[in-house]
Write a protein that binds this ligand. Sequence first.
Ligand code: SF4
Length: 280
Amino acid sequence: MIRSQQPIAKGQQPTAKKMKGIIYDIKRFAIHDGPGIRTTVFLKGCCCDCWWCHNPESRSGDIMTYEKDVTLDGHAITREETIGEAISEEKLLKEILSDEVFYTQSGGGVTFSGGEPVQQKDFLIRTLKACKAKGIHTTLDTTACFSKSTLEELEGLVDLFMVDLKFIDRDLHKKYIGVDNEGILDNLSILLNHQARVWVRIPVIPDINTGDIDNILSFLSEHIAPEQVNLLPYHKIGKHKYQKFGIAYRMDGVEEPTDDEMLVLKQKFEKQGYKTIIGG
Ligand code: SF4
C-alpha cells in the first residue's frame, strides 16, 4: 500500500516544504540524459498520466511511504520504505558541483528530469539560476506541459530542451496522457522556431502512437528542425512497480516494438533529414 506523507492535488506545487524541492533520485555519471557526462536530478510530480509510465512513483509531488514485504532470517516482515526527499537548493547545488570536473572534461552538465520538473517551478528556476551562475550546462527533460510565460522564463536558463512528443492527435493524447496537447505543441513550436537547442523524444508504443508517427513527421517538417530526434522503444521494465504500489496497469497486451520495427522508423526520420537515435 502506498501513502503520501503530504497529500497534494495533481498539478499542484508542493506547499508545506515550499523552500525545498522534492526529488526521488539523483543519477550520477548519466550518459543518456543529454551531452557528455551528466548528473540527472529527478523531481517528483507530473502533470501527465501516461499509460506506459515506467516511473509511476514520480507522478505524485509528495514524499510517499509504502509497505514492502521482505524476508529477514526466514521471517516474512513488512517494512516501510520512503520515496522522495526534501532537499534545499544549496544542498542540491553542492551535489551537482561535486562532479563538475567530469562535466568540464566531457561537455556534460546537469539534467533536470521527473516526473515533470516544471511542476516544482520555483525550486527548479532557483536551482537553474544557481547552476548557470556556476557555468554548469543545463538540460531540461520535459513534457512541455506548462504556460507560455513559464517557457519564457526557462528559455534563458536552459541550454538544451529534451521535449517529449507523444501524439499529434488530440483525442489520443487526451486518452493516453490525460491532458490536452495544444499547449504542449505550441511550446515545442516556439522552441523550435526560436532555434533553441532541442532534442525531440518520441516514445514508440506499437498500435498506440505508431499510427500517429506520420503526423509527427508532418508537424516537425513545419518547423526549424530539432538538433536530434530520439526514438524511445516502449518497454515493460516498469510493470512490476504497478503491482508494488497498488496502481492499475493499463498496458496489458501491448508488445514492445522489435529492433526491425525501430530501424524502419529510424530510417523514416533520417530520410527526412533528422539526426535520429534509437533510445537515449
Ligand atoms: S510524462 Fe513521464 S513521468 Fe509523467 S506520466 Fe508520462 S511517462 Fe510518467
